[in-house]
Ligand binder design. Structure first.
Ligand SMILES: [Zn+2]
Length: 297
């Protein structure tokens, strides 16, 4: 995890030792973030480094999946936001440094963060001396975003979500021929998937969801669905869980042996088919189980 997160005290001392501020430090870390990218299709490494309101530094990189359609790719900025959200980065991202100009998809995705216009961004494929920060609003004028569809009180990404969900039923009874490890951990996986669904950001469809993955050592990684007001840049819960997996250990996907998706039955927006497709592809022996939730008031 150390590779993807730098503690506030460590960030302070790194900056101090170089006689610069923490925001000035960010551009120098972008290359380390780029080195974490998994880009078998493009070989184009993108790194994104963000400073959160609690002083920690988070890394993001792009991730591509050969054999699947390109829209399964995780962009560095999406990885960064997911990393901040999953590891208690606080409700704000103050500064970010990215290796290349953010694509339109990511400029849109970032709109889900409250106060995004004021996030200061620097693009480092320009000269590194005196990083030139500018507000996100300068790279996406006239944005379409959450406030076009939601009221001000609806929580946004990085803010606390607690979707009112309970598991509809215990579907683990239909297990057949799974390893003991999976059976031993299934309750925990279901609990984590439900927790991820509760934390998911799905104010546009009202269809929250979450995924928990388990590796061959029984470690569990969860990811919450993140919707975009513009729909298509949304990040699927299985992608968010893969971010958690990479942040924790950077192992191969084939080490993922079980997954649980929690979503509401019959929802307008369902993740099951695409989660199955993606997991089958990257880790064929991983079994995906779906648990259905019911919303309560
Ligand atoms: Zn992008």
């Amino acid at each position: 995890m150390a590779k993807f997160i730098i503690s506030a005290s460590e960030a302070e001392s790194m900056a101090k030792s170089r006689g610069i501020t923490v925001p000035q430090l960010l551009p120098s870390l972008v290359k380390s973030a780029q080195a974490l990218a998994r880009t078998p299709i493009s070989d184009f490494h993108v790194g994104a480094v963000g400073l959160s309101s609690n002083g920690r530094i988070f890394f993001g990189c792009n991730v591509e999946f050969p054999g699947l359609p390109l829209h399964h790719s995780i962009h560095a900025e999406q990885f960064l936001i997911t990393n901040v959200a999953a590891h208690g980065g606080g409700p704000k991202l103050l500064h970010m440094a990215v290796s290349a100009a953010p694509c339109g998809h990511c400029r849109q995705f970032l709109q889900e963060v409250r106060g995004v216009s004021d996030i200061q961004i620097v693009i480092t494929d320009q000269p590194l001396e005196n990083p030139d920060y500018k507000p996100i609003s300068s790279i996406l004028p006239d944005p379409f975003g959450p406030y076009d569809l939601l009221d001000q009180e609806t929580p946004l990404v990085l803010e606390k979500h607690n979707n009112q969900l309970l598991l509809k039923e215990d579907v683990s009874k239909v297990i057949n021929g799974h390893s003991e490890l999976v059976i031993k951990n299934i309750e925990n996986l279901k609990t984590e998937a439900l927790a991820a669904a509760r934390e998911s950001h799905a104010p546009y469809s009202g269809c929250p969801s979450g995924v928990a993955l388990m590796d061959c050592e029984g470690k569990v990684y969860k990811g919450s669905y993140v919707e975009s007001a513009a729909y298509n840049p949304s990040l699927m819960p299985v992608q968010a869980a893969l971010v958690a997996y990479m942040v924790a250990g950077n192992g191969g996907y084939e080490r993922i042996v079980a997954a649980v998706l929690a979503e509401t039955e019959g929802a307008m927006v369902r993740q099951e088919a695409t989660a199955r497709l993606m997991l089958n592809h990257i880790s064929p022996k991983c079994e995906l189980r779906v648990v259905h939730c019911v919303q309560f008031d």
